[in-house]
Design a protein around this ligand. Structure first.
Ligand SMILES: [Cu+2]
Length: 153
């Protein structure tokens, strides 16, 4: 039995050896949600998305497995008259092949509108990222205290 398995693995290796080696995945790292005070009606989530595939992709929308907010939107920050304002992204965020896109304070972020849950430090919330090409991916977002001088997003 063991011998058969070894033969099978050897065959598998031979087959896989002919395929391109690049891991064809979209990887999400450094996922986090900013802890918010109890009465907060909005919240923000951040992450880094690395597109390890050789196909340009887009993050189209974000959803939650549980009812955590009336709406979950993708936002970006823009300069307008020397003021940073946030704007909803409705056509997705470009994830160029081989590229890395950082969602963080002052830039792209996931925005919870009409918060229905407390964003207490130490809590974890699963968010599903929906891509234009790649299969949807559910990622664990820990709620962490974030101290920055920027705007509340
Ligand atoms: Cu926002």
């Amino acid at each position: 039995m063991l011998r058969i398995m070894l033969v099978v693995s050897a065959l598998l290796l031979a087959v896989l050896g002919c395929a391109p080696v690049a891991p064809s995945t979209i990887q999400v790292t450094d996922s986090k949600i900013r802890a918010a005070f109890t009465q907060a009606t909005t919240g923000a989530a951040y992450m880094t998305i690395t597109n390890h595939t050789d196909i340009d992709d887009r993050l189209m929308s974000v959803s939650a497995l549980t009812y955590i907010a009336r709406d979950i939107q993708i936002h970006t920050m823009l300069m307008e008259d020397d003021m940073m304002i946030m704007q909803q992204v409705t056509d997705g965020v470009a994830l160029p092949a081989g590229g890395e896109v950082v969602f963080g304070p002052g830039g792209f972020h996931i925005m919870f509108i009409g918060l229905q849950t407390a964003l207490d430090e130490g809590k974890h919330i699963a968010l599903t990222l929906n891509f234009a090409n790649a299969p949807a991916q559910t990622v664990n977002f820990p709620v962490v205290a974030m101290h920055t001088n920027s705007m509340p997003h």
